[in-house]
Ligand binder design. Structure first.
Ligand code: PGA
Length: 246
């Protein structure tokens, strides 16, 4: 175990007052092996960076375009300019509700990598695919498409769609098995010498974090709902820290 990653995805939540309240409660055990970042909505990137200097900031999406007449879009270069370390790409909510295709996600990943912001590529199956035993097939296809022309500098988040925001979590065994499959697939696509961190996401909270971090193939977590309050996010960070100090 080298590092654990803990990324909070605030989705479309937050305000200046919420950032202020979060920062007043936030304190984390400084552990250089624990990489913590928060992904607020775009307008709050700067405020979050200033309010939480010991956390890195991440964006929730980026444009495929470097610049131009693309109203409403935010380029990966702009994210770098704002000091973003990571950008989430291909979140299931973007795939489902904003019609993002595998091809578009591959382009966003390339745009992020060429700008120098580390993409966090999300993959994961819907409930019907899991029930049909097709989860490996679905995730493998997502990886092959997104990583066909990718560079090794990325993180992957396995987020089974049926576990996001539902209170259902993959069991540690389900997460670990899928992460192992992802690890093999990624090493055959990008070259075995690159250790790509693979995070689990989907209803992670202070109660289930210990068991997930203990899985040998889980390198951290992408946390939605439980990252909105400093107390619950700090409790998950504490689980990660405890695991690292074993
Ligand atoms: P959740 O969201 O933790 O609220 O399930 C995770 C995510 O969508 O990244």
């Amino acid at each position: 175990m080298t590092n654990l990653y803990l990324i909070g995805n605030w989705k479309q939540h937050g305000s200046r007052a919420a950032i202020q309240a979060f920062s007043e409660q936030w304190s984390s055990d400084p552990n250089p092996q624990l990489r913590i970042a928060i992904a607020p909505p775009f307008p709050y990137l700067q405020a979050l960076r200033e309010a939480l200097p010991d956390c890195q900031v991440a964006a929730q999406d980026c444009s495929v375009h470097a610049q131009g007449a693309h109203t409403g879009e935010v380029s990966a270069d702009m994210l770098v300019d704002l000091g973003c370390q990571y950008v989430i790409v291909g979140h299931s909510e973007r795939r489902q509700y904003h019609d993002e295709t595998d091809a578009l996600i591959a382009e966003k990943l390339a745009a992020a990598q060429s700008a120098g912001v580390t993409p966090i590529l999300c993959v994961g199956e819907q409930q019907a695919a899991r029930e049909a035993g097709k989860q490996d097939e679905v995730v493998r296809a997502q990886l092959r498409s997104a990583l066909a022309t990718a560079q090794p500098n990325l993180l992957i988040a396995y987020e089974p769609v049926w576990a996001i925001g539902t209170g259902l979590t993959a069991t540690p065994d389900q997460a670990n098995e899928m992460h192992e499959m992802i690890r093999q697939e990624v090493s055959s696509l990008l070259g075995a010498s690159h250790a790509t961190p693979i995070l689990y996401g989907g209803s992670v909270n202070a109660e289930n974090a210990d068991a997930l971090f203990a899985c040998p193939h889980v390198d951290g977590s992408l946390v939605g709902g439980a990252s909105l309050q400093a107390a619950s996010f700090m409790a998950i960070a504490q689980s990660a820290s405890n695991y690292l100090s074993h």
